[in-house]
Design a binder for this molecule. Structure first.
Ligand SMILES: Cc1cc2nc3c(=O)[nH]c(=O)nc-3n(C[C@H](O)[C@H](O)[C@H](O)COP(=O)(O)OP(=O)(O)OC[C@H]3O[C@@H](n4cnc5c(N)ncnc54)[C@H](O)[C@@H]3O)c2cc1C
Length: 344
């Protein structure tokens, strides 16, 4: 009989526990420090849990931003189709939404945890924290929170990363792995907000931009680090939202500062924007410049764009020159910010 210890009752640990326990001649113990399994899973996908994407393994790999080859075996040995079958076979009806994202029909991440917990219950679940690990000639020695010790033939670390430490993942596994002789590189934050130098951001805190493009420029002449269309928002120290979180994954290993450009009107060419500005101006020639942009910009952005344009806010629109209009167009097509750091 092979004895296996798994530390961590999250998605990875529960999946591994169930499959290991169903193999012949194994006795599996899953250690989870929280009173309930899957604490982080319960908050995923805004409480709905985006279980997988209904795509091929190759498409999955295309969407992994760094070192996709590392996941080649995992994606091919247990494909998105296998994941869908796994949950449906265990009585959880699923649905596929925009972007081929798969969710439980109940929109309840708790139902996903319930399926995984039932699967993991094929093993013995021990709700104690593992405080130390050691490798001796008897095997892997685990010291538990009450100082008792257990010895196992095999050990699997499934303690998660370091994000959302309140859910229990505080990085214990890195220390355990290091102690057992593995090389651990310092974890870097990914999918995080970005800090920006400009004070403009705090003036627009909470403003959400939909259907814009975000470009992260690299050195001159090089392909941009990131270019995508979607949603983002301003925070008091910089920018956040789906586009920004994705971009942050690509900035982890880049030197900062970097300039990012927001195209507020990606569907319109500068010429079309110029025509629209002219039309708006002509509808009321005596209007002040600062009062003429509401058709083109969200309210919170107007004072910032006016200031950046260098045009006197009270200037009458009938006196605004072609060059000045060009400046406004440039600001709408490439509103720039300087990223100075990654948030946490
Ligand atoms: C806000 C948010 C939303 C997300 N949304 C999605 C989504 O929709 N779809 C998706 O696929 N992914 C999503 N993710 C990512 C997903 O949550 C993680 O990839 C996943 O939880 C990782 O699973 P894991 O088992 O490796 O680690 P975790 O889920 O972090 O589990 C690790 C477990 O180990 C336990 N543990 C740690 N140390 C010890 C110890 N010393 N002794 C005993 N137990 C210990 C912890 O208590 C914890 O329960 C989201 C993440 C966040 C933060």
């Amino acid at each position: 009989m092979k004895t296996i210890a798994i530390i961590g009752g999250g998605a990875a640990g529960m999946m591994a526990a169930g499959f290991a326990a169903s193999a012949p001649e194994t006795a599996v113990t899953l250690f989870e420090q929280n009173p309930r399994t899957g604490a982080k899973l319960r908050i995923t996908g805004k409480g709905r849990c985006n279980i997988t994407n209904d795509t091929s393994p190759a498409q999955c790999m295309e969407n992994v931003v760094s070192n996709p080859r590392f996941l080649f075996a995992a994606f091919h040995r247990f494909t998105p189709a296998d994941t869908i079958l796994f949950f449906e076979d265990r009585g959880l009806p699923l649905k596929t939404e925009r972007g081929r994202r798969v969710f439980p029909q109940s929109d309840n991440a708790g139902d996903v945890v319930a399926v995984l917990t039932r699967h993991a219950e094929m093993a013995n679940i021990d709700h104690r924290k593992v405080v130390d690990v050691d490798k001796t000639k008897e095997g892997f020695v685990l010291t538990l929170q009450d100082r008792s010790q257990r010895v196992f033939n095999c050990l699997l670390l499934a303690t998660g990363g370091m994000s959302y430490p309140k859910t229990g993942s505080r990085g214990d596994g890195y220390g355990f792995a290091q102690k057992l002789g593995h090389t651990v590189i310092s974890p870097k934050a990914s999918l995080v907000p970005l800090y920006c130098k400009e004070k403009d951001c705090s003036r627009m805190t909470g403003l959400s931009l939909k259907n814009v493009t975000l470009t992260v420029a690299d050195e001159k002449g090089k392909k941009p680090v990131y270019f995508e269309r979607g949603e983002m928002l301003f925070t008091h120290v910089g920018i956040s939202g789906p586009l920004v979180l994705s971009a942050s994954a690509l900035l982890r290993d880049k030197s900062l500062p970097k300039t990012v450009y927001i195209d507020l009107k990606p569907a319109l060419t500068p010429e079309v924007i110029n025509q629209r500005i002219l039309k708006d101006f002509e509808s009321n020639l005596n209007r002040d410049f600062t009062n003429s942009l509401s058709g083109l910009l969200p309210k919170a952005m107007i004072p910032v764009v006016v200031e950046r344009s260098g045009i006197f806010p009270r200037k009458k629109v009938n006196t605004i020159t072609r060059e000045e209009r060009k400046t406004v167009c440039s600001l709408l097509k490439a509103f720039s910010l300087t990223v100075t750091g990654l948030g946490s």
